[in-house]
Design a protein around this ligand. Structure first.
Ligand SMILES: [Mg+2]
Length: 233
């Protein structure tokens, strides 16, 4: 019997590559049009500096929005802007980045599926990314939304899963299923906690699945899987 479903977001409810392919250059070019910094600091430099910044701040490395803003702020000071202006432009660029980040095309089956599932299960979302599900229409279906990176415990850390279950009626892991695409960040940690797992293997990775891990190729296959599990019990 399953009472709770928790979901990953990126590459589970939408394809994330095209989103990031617009977001990454999009906000940087926007900033360049305002202040002309990109000839001195090309996009690759910003990306490299983000990795280095994250290494210097291991505890908060999973808070991608913060890492971006602070990297940009430091870089703009080096570019020669006064401290307060650097902070202001960094914040504005990040606002622009977040706009683009939420310009998402959810797989077409997802909205209706979530409406149905939310009548049968309690739904939670656990993401390492910086999408704020409350900004999307489908966010309404969820009881609990956890941005695990900003929570300083990105998946595969078990704490986001435990927190979600605790906040949904202290549901035992055995009565919950996690749905996600990453073997390392979704499947293994949820399985080790004793949750059931629906693994969206969109990349065709072919891990062998022990009992309790169900391989799907697309989120649209989830309702049929849940019916099968329900009938088996
Ligand atoms: Mg994912």
């Amino acid at each position: 019997m399953i009472d709770v479903l928790t979901f990953d977001l990126d590459d589970t409810f939408w394809e994330n590559y095209p989103v990031m392919a617009r977001t990454e250059p999009g906000h940087y070019e926007w900033l360049d049009r305002q202040i002309g910094h990109a000839a001195t600091f090309p996009l690759e430099e910003y990306q490299q500096r983000r990795l280095e910044f994250a290494k210097r701040h291991p505890v908060r490395r999973g808070d991608f929005t913060w890492v971006r803003r602070e990297t940009l702020r430091e870089m703009l000071i080096e570019f020669g802007l006064p401290t307060d202006e650097a902070a202001r432009w960094a914040s504005e660029a990040i606002e622009h980045m977040l706009e683009l980040r939420h310009d998402i095309i959810v797989f077409e089956e997802v909205p209706a599926m979530l409406v149905t599932l939310s009548g049968q299960y309690r739904l939670g979302a656990i993401t390492n990314g910086n999408v704020d599900l409350r900004r999307l229409d489908i966010g309404k279906a969820f009881d609990v939304i956890i941005n695990a990176g900003e929570f300083l415990a990105p998946k595969p850390d078990a704490r986001a899963f435990l927190s979600a279950l605790a906040r949904m009626g202290h549901t035992p892991p055995s009565r919950a299923m996690h749905v996600g695409d990453s073997w390392q960040e979704d499947v293994l940690p949820a399985y080790r906690l004793g949750m059931k797992v629906a693994w969206i293997d969109a990349k065709n990775e072919h891990h062998s699945c022990p009992e309790g891990i169900y391989r799907l190729t697309h989120i649209r296959e989830l309702p049929a899987l849940l019916e099968r599990i329900d009938h088996a019990n």
